[in-house]
Design a protein around this ligand. Structure first.
Ligand code: FVH
Length: 302
């Protein structure tokens, strides 16, 4: 579908869903000078945005009709479908660009993309890598996948939210990469929680430990280790680069000390078991990156 944006600074954009994130997105669009129409199931949540200049739509169909670009930011995909089936919504969708930033799975994104395309609209799936408070700030970014023409045409509008990163035509790419990034984040949270337990069990100050030691350490490890581990993941060659796996699992110091200090090993334990299994499988001379073969064997596919 062809799209032309005469004046990106004044685009008609609709936002369906005014929870914490939808409200932040609509506010960012207003701040960037766009004509914003908003709809939310609980109507009063639109009041503050209407005071700032947004137009209130009474139904999802009315909101869809008002926007060249229709942002959908609802709790989950199960709630998105009925909005698009709202009386008149199907006809209103023709020629629109639907940007769905609701979190879901790649399969859900592909299914919705097909449905939206069938109604004559372009579909972009979005994965917001930010919390509402940092929408519009430099550290925020949003992943997009789906209709590239629509992304190029409306990129400036989307840039009001955060740095826009386009991943490809498959609508499932944004949710997949979103979940991969969240997995990395939760791994870091798990590491923090175990470390905090150890420090607290010895009467230490967790805030000071985190500020002075843990954050600098994690930054150093992320910068020095992750790029090499990522290359090994792509090549399948896990040759050790100074810290072989057998050395790392030679004794269970973290587990032993944690148990002695009354700290649960439930967070650290699963990774430890995989590291030991990889050594038992004969890969002790390799790096910890080889554990990936137990997480997802090379060539294993989906
Ligand atoms: N907030 C965050 O930090 C994360 C950042 C990354 C992206 N997520 C995803 O964004 C989607 C919306 O999240 P949210 O933070 O805005 O969520 P809530 O504040 O809980 O608002 C939920 C909105 O969804 C509406 N809603 C729920 N069920 C229905 C339904 N059946 N029909 C219509 N609307 C529905 C709800 O409406 P109401 O309760 O106010 O009437 C809110 O507008 C989400 O996918 C995150 O994973 C946010």
């Amino acid at each position: 579908m062809e799209h032309s944006v005469g004046n990106a600074a004044r685009t008609n954009v609709s936002v369906l869903g005014l929870g914490d994130m939808g409200t932040a997105l609509a506010a960012a669009l207003l701040a960037a000078g766009h004509r914003v129409t908003v709809w939310n199931r609980t109507a009063r949540k639109a009041d503050a945005l209407v005071e700032k200049g947004a137009r209130r739509a009474l139904t999802p169909a009315e909101a869809i009709a008002a926007g060249e670009v229709v942002i959908v930011c609802i709790l989950d995909y199960a709630a998105v479908g009925p909005l698009l089936a709202d009386d008149g919504a199907g006809e209103a969708l023709k020629g629109r660009v639907v940007v769905n930033v609701t979190n879901g799975s790649p399969a859900e994104a592909r299914e919705l993309a097909e449905r939206v395309s069938g109604l004559g609209a372009d579909y972009l799936d979005g994965g917001i890598m930010a919390v509402p408070e940092i929408i519009g700030q430099p550290q925020a970014f949003v992943l997009y996948s789906g209709a590239e023409v629509a992304f190029r045409a409306y990129r400036e509008v989307l840039d009001a939210f955060a740095r826009s990163v386009y991943l490809g035509a498959d609508p499932g790419l944004a949710p997949l990469n979103d979940l991969a990034l969240l997995s990395g984040m939760y791994g870091m949270f798990g590491g923090f929680l175990h470390a905090a337990g150890l420090v607290r069990s010895a009467g230490g100050n967790v805030a000071e430990f985190t500020r002075e030691l843990l954050v600098p350490w994690l930054r150093a490890m992320a910068d020095s280790q992750l790029p090499a581990m990522a290359e090994q993941a792509d090549s399948g060659d896990y040759g050790a680069t100074g810290s072989n796996l057998a050395m790392q699992v030679s004794h269970d110091a973290i587990g032993d000390v944690s148990r002695a200090q009354g700290v649960s090993t439930e967070l650290f334990g699963p990774l430890w078991e995989l590291m030991k299994r990889r050594v038992a499988d004969g890969h002790g001379a390799e790096s910890v990156g080889g554990v990936l073969e137990l997480v997802h064997p090379r060539g294993g596919g989906a």
